[in-house]
Design a protein around this ligand. Structure first.
Ligand code: HEC
Length: 334
């Protein structure tokens, strides 16, 4: 039995005793009346006084309250379910100290706290709809199942906005019509690149993952390194993406590498034929210390993939005279 159910049971029983007491008040002595009042007072203050959830449940909820923020989804949440939670009175508790904190003043935090209680595949099955009318708050604001359809409507509007929304903000400049969940900042390619046939060590570009959007805690001091060569004068050859400075081993699913001319904005292009070689990879970056001084050539870390990918030059007619700029997206990081 959940803690709150236990309390509800207790209250129901105590209320029954009190009703009985009221009817038979004349025949009861003062001591019984006082005792009953004390029990009743205690039970009611626990049930309706914004009782805290047991710690384990709070943690379970807050740990799942992550994920990217979509602008259209956030807007739909704010004008819909969030506004409703204020007028309906859910904010008395859920805007204050009771998890889930989906009605707090900080709408971004509220949005993230609400998400785990919404079923984005089947909106009608969202737990928050049930809770809107199930009486769990011990007051009128959450005790009428008649408001469930209203809440379901608000959730459906939110889910539709979320699903129709473009993906989370791409790297600096923006402009992609679709993109992966995590984006690096942009890094310029070196103007002089190792050629494919030369025995010279490949050139490397490195991305500071402290700039990853959205941020990933275990990568806040990490770098992503990619080797690059001049394939044939018209194409870059990228290889051996590696992570260093991660505090835990991270699993990566899907890498996208975009190239653009420094003269343009947006995240750039990936060649539809040869630029997608990493789009479906899965790889693990074991913990690899970030050297105090980075070497000129490649790091010794294990690559996420050993398959190379190729992207055409974007600016000018000779490889990297502009120079070109690279941005990388991760499909998933965990
Ligand atoms: C008087 C305080 C109070 C009010 C008002 C209130 N709640 Fe709650 N709510 C709680 C408490 C306490 C819990 C945790 C205990 C539980 O799960 O029953 C909770 C839990 C929840 C949960 C999480 C259930 C879970 O499985 O973790 C949802 C969703 C929720 N409330 C929705 C609402 C909605 C929607 C409203 C407004 C219509 C509302 N609440 C009004 C006190 C309140």
């Amino acid at each position: 039995m959940k803690f709150i159910d236990l309390i509800k049971n207790l209250t129901t029983k105590t209320l029954a005793v009190t009703t009985f007491t009221a009817k038979t008040l004349a025949t009861k002595n003062l001591a019984t009346l006082l005792l009953t009042s004390v029990i009743l007072f205690g039970a009611i203050s626990l049930n309706t006084g914004c009782a805290q959830k047991p710690a384990a449940q709070q943690n379970a909820n807050s740990s799942s309250s992550t994920g990217p923020v979509s602008a259209a989804g956030l807007a739909a949440f704010q004008s819909g379910l969030y506004a409703f939670a204020q007028t309906q009175g859910c904010a008395v508790c859920h805007g204050n100290s009771n998890a889930p904190l989906f009605a707090v003043t900080d709408v971004n935090a509220a949005y993230l706290a609400a998400k785990p209680f919404v079923n984005f595949t089947t909106p009608a099955s969202s737990l928050i709809i049930t809770y809107a009318g199930n009486g769990h708050c011990g007051g009128t604001s959450c005790s009428s199942p008649a408001i469930d359809p209203t809440v379901q409507g608000l959730i459906t509007t939110w889910v539709n906005a979320e699903n129709a929304a473009p993906p989370p903000a791409p790297g600096p400049g923006g402009g992609a019509t679709s993109g992966p969940a995590y984006m690096t900042g942009s890094v310029s390619l070196p103007t002089t690149l190792a050629t494919l046939m030369s025995s010279a060590t490949p050139s490397v570009i490195r991305f500071q993952l402290s700039a990853l959007k959205p941020a990933v805690a275990s990568l806040s001091n990490a770098i992503l390194e990619v080797e690059v060569r001049n394939e044939n004068g018209n194409e870059y050859r990228f290889a051996n993406p590696k992570i260093a400075g991660n505090t835990v081993a991270v699993n990566i699913a899907g890498l996208h590498l975009y190239v653009r001319s420094a003269a343009t904005t947006g995240i750039g292009n990936e060649d539809p034929n040869t630029g997608l070689a990493w789009a479906t990879i899965t790889g693990t970056a074991p913990i690899f210390a970030r050297p105090g001084t980075l070497p000129a050539g490649p790091l010794g870390a294990t690559p996420l993939t050993t398959t190379p990918l190729f992207d055409p030059i974007q600016g000018g007619s000779t490889i990297n005279v502009t120079p070109d700029v690279v941005t990388i997206g991760f499909g998933a990081i965990n």
